[in-house]
Design a protein around this ligand. Structure first.
Ligand code: CU
Length: 225
């Protein structure tokens, strides 16, 4: 009887070790899906308009791999519509090679064009409910204009990387501070240069290391050019 009990304890012990090892391996496998980079963007010694259709609240945050990695196909479905004589969204970040649909939701005609060196185009004029599109094949910053409405303006930021996000600066009137939080998820492990784009402000590039299953924190100070 005593022998049977110790045998049972031995078997249970082995099973526990096996289960622990299994759980350990499972956590290792799921962690291999990449990591994230997140933090807060702080506006330093500057003030930008954070309200209205012509605000400078949008900050594009992106990670350029230190070592050239496999090319990832751009995500489909990028849109910049014309609604109420405004381009929506005001700032659109995309990966190079992305086709953007421009839908006119207004009852008046609109034009969509850009004088940018990276992406010089003019799609003509069209009316309500019609979509025209343009494929952004070169990285760069493209101001988007409507020749019929000079007050309409937007920006397409074309990036050489699929790892990016757009954060929105908010003004804390009481503290007289402007900031935004950001998070880029699903980034493969490795070294990256963290960069930003904003209509008025710049930041110093910083190196970040992404570790599988880990959240890397990176604070960003942005200031006048
Ligand atoms: Cu227009």
């Amino acid at each position: 009887m005593r022998l049977k009990k110790s045998l049972l304890a031995f078997v249970l012990g082995q099973a526990t070790i096996g289960l622990s090892l299994g759980l350990f391996l499972a956590s290792f496998v799921s962690a291999a899906e990449g990591g994230s980079v997140s933090g807060t963007i702080h506006v330093r010694k500057a003030y930008v308009e954070t309200k209205g259709p012509k605000s400078d609240k949008d900050v594009v945050v992106y990670l350029e791999p230190a070592v050239k990695s496999a090319v990832t196909a751009p995500v489909p479905g990028a849109k910049m519509n014309q609604k109420g004589l405004v381009f929506v969204p005001h700032v659109l970040a995309i990966q190079k090679g992305t086709t953007v649909d421009f839908l006119n939701e207004d009852s008046v005609n609109h034009n969509v064009s850009s004088p940018a060196a990276c992406c010089n185009f003019d799609l003509g004029q069209w009316g309500k409910g019609v979509v025209k599109n343009y494929k952004f094949d070169s990285a760069g910053v493209a101001p988007i204009l409507c020749s019929l409405h000079p007050e309409m303006a937007a920006t397409v930021v074309v990036l050489n990387t699929p790892y990016f996000t757009t954060a929105s600066l908010v003004t804390n009137e009481a503290a007289k501070k402007q900031s935004a939080s950001y998070s880029i998820k699903g980034v493969p492990a490795g070294k990256y240069t963290l960069k930003i784009w904003n209509g008025k402000l710049v930041a110093t590039d910083q190196m970040v290391t992404v570790i599988d299953g880990a959240a890397t924190k990176a604070e960003i100070d942005i200031h006048k050019k």
